[in-house]
Design a protein. Structure first.
Length: 155
């Protein structure tokens, strides 16, 4: 009998976390998390996409019961599931990134197999990153060093 990763959480917290992560994955197409959470999410996401491929009233009720946002359920049935119509499982992939800087936890990216980064970036509006006031001098010094290196390399 396959076991469920407990992820250091009680069952209610774990289920709520998986619901939130699944909703985010179906919305964005790609998320960054720990390896163990990604592997557990892969099981849940593949099952939910399989439910979405059935496209029956019962399947829609099951999806609404698990996914937290109504528009994501509509996206699952209208866009995501039809794009995997000819595929039998393996709708997501887990790419390992390496250890996280703060605590050393192994990080990974989980994404839908048909995820296209250029398409997703065009949809999202990204603001220019704001530099904190205390870091302005440091950033200016780094930029000056980089320009000097480029000038030396050109000579």
């Amino acid at each position: 009998m396959p076991s469920v990763r407990k992820l250091g959480r009680k069952s209610d917290h774990r289920k709520a976390m998986m619901r939130g992560m699944l909703t985010l994955l179906l919305d964005k197409g790609r998320i960054e998390t720990t390896v163990h959470k990604a592997k557990e999410l892969k099981r849940v996401a593949d099952k939910m996409i399989t439910v979405g491929k059935k496209n029956t009233d019962a399947a829609k009720r099951a999806a609404f019961a698990y996914i937290t946002k109504e528009e994501i359920v509509k996206k699952l049935f209208d866009q995501i599931a039809p794009s995997f119509e000819d595929r039998h499982g393996g709708y997501t992939r887990v790419l390992k990134l390496g250890p996280r800087r703060g605590d050393g936890a192994e990080m990974a990216i989980i994404e839908l197999v048909n995820y296209e980064p250029s398409k997703a970036k065009a949809d999202e509006k990204k603001a220019k990153p704001r530099v904190k006031r205390r870091n302005v001098k440091r950033v200016r010094r780094l930029i000056a060093k980089q320009t000097k290196r480029r000038q030396r390399a050109q000579k």
